[in-house]
Each structure stands twice: as C-alpha cells, then as structure tokens.
Design a protein around this ligand. Structure first.
Ligand code: FE
Ligand code: FE
Ligand code: MG
Length: 166
C-alpha cells in the first residue's frame, strides 16, 4: 500500500484505473490473438511471420504484467475473470477464421493501430496528473508503434514476393 504514491494521483485515480482496466483486457486479448495466430499461420513467409507473432505475443503478455502492477499500485484489482476482458476491451478480439498469413497480419495491424490510439489517449489523460502511469504508457506505446511497423514490413515483403514482375 503506497499511500503517498497514491495520494499524488488523488482525484484522478478512478478515471486512470478505468483506463488501465481496459488496457489490461486489450493486452490479454492481443496476447492470445498473436499466440493463436502463430500456431495456425499458413502461407508465404510463414516462418518469419510466426517468429514475429511470437515475439509480439511475449511483448503483449509483458504489457499485461506492467499494467496489472500499476492497477494494483493504485489500489485496484486486475480483472478477476477472463470473461471481463470482453466487457472491458477497447480493441476487441479478431477471431482468426482464416489462417492465411496476410489475413492474420491484417487483423493484427488493426489491433496495433487501436493500441496506439488507446495508449496515446492514456498519455493525454495522465499528463501532469499521474507521471508513473504516463511513463508506463510511453514505454508500451513505443512497443506498439514498433509492432505496427514490423507487421506492415512483413505485409510489404509478402506483397512484393507475390506480385514481383516476372
Ligand atoms: Fe501491448
Ligand atoms: Fe502490440
Ligand atoms: Mg516485432
């Protein structure tokens, strides 16, 4: 119980906890989406795609851990049941109905773009109110920006491979 640490967040605590609860749900769903995608991926450059999806899954799980730690510091409790992930999520879960690599990439890119928007909003909401959560959002946002770029680079390589002039 860090009482002084919570005092500096003060009246903003409930609002910030609600943002963190939602982000926590997003991170778990993103983790699972990547993890499952890596299991079922099919198509060109499959090995490279799987490697990237697995790296991102690891990052999303680490984000969930970081967000959970901050929720607890602020006196909250991370979602007690996975059922709540669907209630809280901002970015949702894209069911990988089609295991084709390009389709998986497209779904995950959408997820990353949503995550970038969400953490950018968290920055705006915590700036000058909660420097600890602000710093956390900066760290995670850096990863999400990199994730989007990595996935779009793979998408581009697959496109080049499939559409190269013969
Ligand atoms: Fe994440
Ligand atoms: Fe990500
Ligand atoms: Mg990556």
């Amino acid at each position: 119980m860090g009482t002084k640490g919570r005092e500096i967040v003060g009246a903003n605590t409930e609002k910030i906890l609600s943002l963190l609860d939602k982000a926590f749900a997003d991170e778990w769903l993103a983790y699972y989406q990547y993890w499952l995608g890596a299991k079922i991926a099919k198509g060109p450059m499959k090995e490279a795609v799987i490697t990237e999806l697995l790296q991102h899954a690891t990052d999303e799980l680490r984000h969930a851990d970081l967000v959970a730690n901050r929720i607890i510091q602020l006196g909250g409790t991370p979602a007690r049941s996975p059922q709540l992930w669907y209630d809280f999520t901002n970015c949702g879960y894209s069911i990988p109905e089609d295991p084709y690599v390009a389709k998986l990439l497209e779904q995950n890119i959408k997820g990353e773009q949503c995550a970038i928007t969400i953490y950018n909003t968290m920055l705006a909401e915590t700036r000058e109110k909660d420097p600890v959560t602000y710093n956390l959002a900066v760290l995670i946002l850096q990863d999400e920006v990199e994730h989007e770029e990595d996935l779009q680079a793979l998408q581009e390589d697959i496109d080049l491979m499939l559409n190269r002039p013969s």
